[in-house]
Design a protein around this ligand. Structure first.
Ligand SMILES: CCC[C@H](NC(=O)CCC(=O)O)C(=O)O
Ligand SMILES: NC(=O)OP(=O)(O)O
Length: 315
């Protein structure tokens, strides 16, 4: 594996899931693989799970880790080519990415969607500038349109908890008062299109994801109908793709409650976290045995370790 930016960088999903489960069973089996190798974790946005799980996974493999928060620790970075840099950005990504690539054997970047310009976000400008100029393998820690380390952890979790070969999995939109990226929902949908599952996306009118991410999913605008007989409910908010970056509704009836979970077939509730309790999902659901959000978050370590092992083996 060279880069890990999207599902397309995965050659064998089942093998990668198994790698994650193997790492979970035996976290230090490959602790010499990353000896004297360094990964640079570059964050343009906040993080708890991605930051800690990726550092932990790198350390399990014997790697050194350098963490950098762009704008707080380092200089603000200009992304556009040919710009006259007389504004608030002191450094161009051309130099910054190339220099980080000299210090690190692998670079990993988190840069959320700006949610202002759909074409720019869906061109993945930041991720592609780092890919272009870092000169070393690149890992996506959540970009404008995807979050593949989260999606691999989600697949590992579903494999662990599924009770039937082809589970019904529902990605449901949840209400939020501020516009959030489509990245987690896009990525989950992209990966679920490659899992053996009945995959349904439930969202209000006006919130359909980009067609290239919906794929073969069944899109439903009636949440209760979608929940019928589901094995997994994956909750996530996202802003509108069609009316880009807009909050078209905050309809609280889309919050996941125990009454809705009773429509499922003893369904498990999943969420990538952070989650806003009693706005997106009730305490009752999150504190019930049907919630597997902590186990899901724990699997981020094994997702990162499986990917880092693959990238290290390609160095
Ligand atoms: C892993 C999820 C990261 C991010 N989540 C948020 O930005 C939540 C922010 C909030 O609820 O205020 C998102 O939705 O993409
Ligand atoms: N799910 C996830 O990526 O969490 P953080 O934003 O805390 O890293």
């Amino acid at each position: 594996m060279t880069n890990f930016l999207a599902y397309d960088d995965v050659t064998d999903l089942n093998a990668l899931i198994q790698e994650g489960l193997n790492a979970k069973q035996n976290p230090f089996a490959d602790q010499s693989l990353g000896h004297n190798k360094t990964i640079g974790l570059i964050f343009f946005n906040s993080s708890l799970r991605t930051r800690m799980s990726t550092q932990k996974a790198a350390q399990n493999l014997g790697m050194n880790v350098i963490m950098m928060n762009v704008g707080q620790d380092s200089w603000g970075l200009e992304m556009e080519e040919g710009t006259v840099m007389n504004g608030d950005k002191a450094e161009h990504v051309k130099e910054a990415a190339a220099v980080v690539g000299k210090y690190c054997d692998i670079v990993a970047v988190r840069a959320f969607a700006g949610l202002q310009d759909r074409e720019q976000d869906y061109r993945e400008v930041v991720l592609n500038q780092f890919r272009k100029y870092a000169g070393v393998p690149l890992i996506n820690l959540e970009s404008a349109t995807r979050h593949p380390l989260q999606s691999l952890a989600d697949c590992i979790t579903i494999e662990e908890f599924k009770v039937r070969k082809r589970p019904k999995i529902v990605l449901t939109w949840l209400p939020h008062f501020k516009p959030l990226p489509q990245a987690v929902a896009n990525s989950f949908s992209e990966w679920m299109n490659h899992m053996d599952a009945e995959f349904v996306i439930a969202n209000p009118e006006g919130y359909d994801l980009a067609p290239e991410f919906v794929g073969n999913a069944r899109v439903m605008h009636n949440q209760n109908e979608a929940f019928e007989g589901a094995d997994f409910i994956y909750g996530k908010n996202w802003s509108s793709y069609q009316q880009y970056g807009q909050v078209l509704t905050q309809d609280p009836s889309w919050m996941v409650t125990m009454d809705k979970m009773r429509l499922t077939d003893n369904g498990k509730f999943m969420h990538c976290l952070p989650v806003r309790r009693n706005m997106k999902v009730t305490d009752e659901v999150l504190d019930s045995p049907q919630s597997i959000v902590i186990e899901q978050a724990a699997n981020r370590e094994w997702s990162a370790q499986a990917v880092l092992k693959g990238v290290l083996q390609g160095l």
